[in-house]
Write a protein of this length. Structure first.
Length: 248
């Protein structure tokens, strides 16, 4: 029996990159998975198709988690489709590099809505639907919360706030049997990394990484799968740095 067999998971922002890898890994471990997207419908369908071809169960659900009502509805729809809800992975993120002096209200609100308000809304909805034995909430943060990079003010602030929210939720939800943890990836091969990091910054970060490479989405997915599993039943309120040992 696979270790997540009989469980239902939702991975927000899972049409590509780290989210897609997480969805596929949880499905490989036996979970039925809701693949969420806001714009990349075709890519989300491809992720779900790969899961099904591998013998897993997946559905595709459109929702903008930066919208409070859509974020809550996304969780509720997942539970209706599968008949239960066990694992929430808050992976969806908005990021834009810009100098501090150029931050405007629209950009501030967008990143905070997706990166912080969305996880709060989905977690509230999930807790109401978890079975009596509890559930798992896994939030995806970033090395940026620990290691500041110029031009990344709003994203960094939102991830620091997400980690704080995680610790408080772990305290409040522990009596319900709900574990709440963070996985914080380091430099990882994603579209966001390729779009926002120069070759010089990439080289510096690899040089400071003991394992001397850029992480793959599967590296992050494996850590998430551990936290979603019964093996992580005694871990909550923690930030697991999946960075290859990167040191600032």
């Amino acid at each position: 029996m696979k270790r997540l067999e009989g469980k239902v998971a939702l991975v927000t922002g899972s049409a590509r990159g780290i989210g897609a890898a997480i969805a596929e890994r949880l499905a490989a471990d036996g979970a039925a998975v809701a693949v969420n997207y806001s714009k990349s419908a075709g890519e989300a369908e491809e992720v779900a198709s790969r899961i099904r071809q591998a013998g897993g169960e997946a559905i595709v659900l459109e929702a903008d988690v930066g919208d409070w009502s859509q974020a809550k509805s996304l969780v509720e729809r997942t539970a209706r489709e599968f008949g239960r809800f066990d694992i929430l992975v808050n992976n969806a993120a908005a990021i834009r590099f810009q100098p501090f002096a150029e931050i405007d209200e629209a950009e501030l609100r967008l990143q905070l809505a997706v990166n912080l308000e969305g996880p709060i809304a989905t977690t509230q909805a999930a807790v109401a639907l978890f079975p009596k034995e509890g559930g798992r909430v896994i939030n995806i943060s970033s090395l940026a919360a620990l290691h500041p990079v110029a031009g990344n003010t709003v994203y960094t602030a939102s991830k620091i706030a997400l980690e704080g929210m995680t610790r408080v939720c772990a305290v409040e939800l522990g009596p319900r049997g709900v574990t709440v943890n963070v996985v914080a990836p380091g430099l990882t091969e994603t579209d966001a990394m390729r779009d926002n990091l120069t070759d010089d910054i990439r080289k510096v970060m690899i040089d400071r990484t003991p394992l001397r490479r850029v992480g793959a989405p599967s590296d992050i997915a494996d850590v998430v799968a551990f936290l979603a599993s019964p093996d992580a039943r005694w871990i909550t309120g923690q930030v697991l740095m999946a960075t290859g040992g990167f040191t600032p």
